[in-house]
Design a protein around this ligand. Structure first.
Ligand SMILES: Nc1ncnc2c1ncn2[C@@H]1O[C@H](COP(=O)(O)OP(=O)(O)OP(=O)(O)O)[C@@H](O)[C@H]1O
Ligand SMILES: [Mg+2]
Length: 425
């Protein structure tokens, strides 16, 4: 893709012609496309995690397991982190393959060697990683022998994305064995396993014995500052600006998930463009929320109905689910029942206690309500989370669109805490 130059901000809307507006709209589509990030200049935040992964890569013979909730940006960081390595002494050759449920140890490694060779050839540096894909790889020893052919001035990185999809238990065990071998032989190749998981034990067998060989890096949801960065790195390439209040609403609604930041900014930008305004205002974010609900995947709509429909009068399922979505969480998206009290009281306009909604929480984790929430911990110490984190912003936007949150409650929920968001006028 062509490099995206920074555009001058000083343009007045009245000086733009139809073609200019069309081209801004095109830039927005291109920049806010919701796909995993593949280019460094569009990659925001994550400085600490990038540094940690690079440190492991440079520490000979160590490997990485990168895990976290769905949609937090695992593929994006795996695509980009190694581009930040700019020393010239050694050359990184990074290959990424995606696991699927039909894969085995053998099929994954055959894909990995195909990819490593293709990447090295496209760089004109096959000499660095002269491995072969002419026979089928079956065992950890074969992998080790091939990787030993890599030259000392190469840093081969092999990323197995969506590793959680690998179902075959034997294959997972073979991966664990392989990592031990590579560590014991001190190879300069780094293996990175990436997957959706709450903890490492669900991704790899026998992880305790891999402690020294495998750095466990958890990717949390993004901070508000990082989400702000997601907006800036992209919007900064267009003539549009996002008003501080509008920006804060987008960030609050995103719940740490950058996909929503991108989608809401995109739809809001489109609404601003339709009005021929170079400033994206709160009214445009409102329009974006409407569009978001209309265009949301049918699966969100079905899951929402299953979780909240009830023939009983005054059942409060929608209100409690909304309060759960608005509840304060830890970095992994977990909240306690106590965290639900405040938002629920705000929504229904009346002080509520645990007893008013504990039945709802129990139902939300049941099959009957599509397991919209999951529960961890012990009685008296339960923590809950949206099973699919992507559902959380959907529930909030739906609640706002259905006027379930009164003006006063909205003021509290969307109270601006960020001094870094000036209003643009
Ligand atoms: N650092 C980032 N800067 C900007 N946008 C990001 C960043 N990380 C992720 N995103 C955006 O967030 C969305 C999800 O990213 P990505 O696909 O990398 O997440 P994931 O954790 O791999 O998701 P999944 O669990 O579904 O595989 C995409 O729209 C992507 O563009
Ligand atoms: Mg991914």
């Amino acid at each position: 893709m062509a490099t995206l130059a920074k555009k001058p901000k000083s343009t007045r809307a009245s000086s733009l012609n139809e073609e200019d507006w069309w081209s801004i709209s095109f830039e927005i589509d291109h920049l806010f496309n919701g796909a995993p990030v593949a280019e460094e200049e569009l990659f925001a935040g994550r400085a600490t995690e990038v540094r940690r992964i690079l440190e492991v890569v440079l520490e000979r013979s160590k490997h990485v397991i990168l895990y976290g909730e769905r949609g937090v940006g695992k593929t994006s960081i795996a695509n980009v982190f190694w581009r930040r390595y700019n020393a010239r002494l050694q050359t990184i050759v990074a290959a990424r393959v995606q696991a699927d449920p039909a894969d085995t140890f053998s099929s994954l490694w055959n894909k990995a060697f195909d990819e490593l060779i293709a990447v090295a050839k496209s760089m004109g540096r096959y000499d660095l990683v002269p491995v072969t894909n002419e026979f089928s790889i079956e065992t950890p020893d074969q992998v080790r022998r091939e990787l030993q052919k890599c030259k000392p001035n190469a840093i081969p990185i092999i990323i197995f994305d969506e590793f959680d999809k690998l179902r075959d238990a034997l294959s997972r065990e073979l991966f664990a064995n392989l990592i031990k071998y590579l560590y014991d032989y001190s190879l300069n190749t780094t293996i990175i396993l990436v997957g959706v998981a709450e903890d490492v034990s669900s991704l790899i067998a026998d992880h305790q014995s891999l402690d020294r060989a495998l750095a466990q890096i958890k990717l949390n949801r993004m901070s508000d500052t990082e989400l702000n960065d997601v907006i800036d790195t992209r919007l900064g390439k267009t003539r549009l600006e996002l008003d501080g209040d509008a920006r804060w609403t987008v960030i609050t609604l995103s719940r740490g998930l950058p996909y929503f930041t991108q989608m809401l900014t995109k739809y809001a930008a489109k609404a601003a463009i339709d009005e021929r305004s170079l400033i994206i205002k709160p009214s445009h974010v409102r329009a974006a929320m409407d569009r978001f609900i209309v265009e949301a995947d049918q699966s969100f709509q079905d899951a929402y109905s299953l979780a909240t429909d009830s023939p009983q009068k005054g059942h409060l399922f929608k209100e409690v689910l909304l309060a759960c979505a608005l509840a304060q969480t830890d970095q992994s998206g977990f909240f306690t029942p106590t965290n639900v009290i405040e938002p629920l009281s705000g929504i229904v306009g009346q002080r509520k206690q645990h007893a008013h909604f504990s039945r709802h929480l129990s139902e939300f984790i049941s099959e009957d309500r599509g397991k919209v929430l999951m529960r961890r911990g012990h009685e008296r110490n339960y923590r809950f989370r949206f099973r699919d984190p992507m559902m959380q912003p959907y529930v909030i936007i739906k609640g706002i669109n259905e006027n379930m949150i009164g003006r006063d409650a909205q003021e509290v929920i969307f109270q601006r805490e960020q001094p870094f968001l000036p209003n643009v006028t």
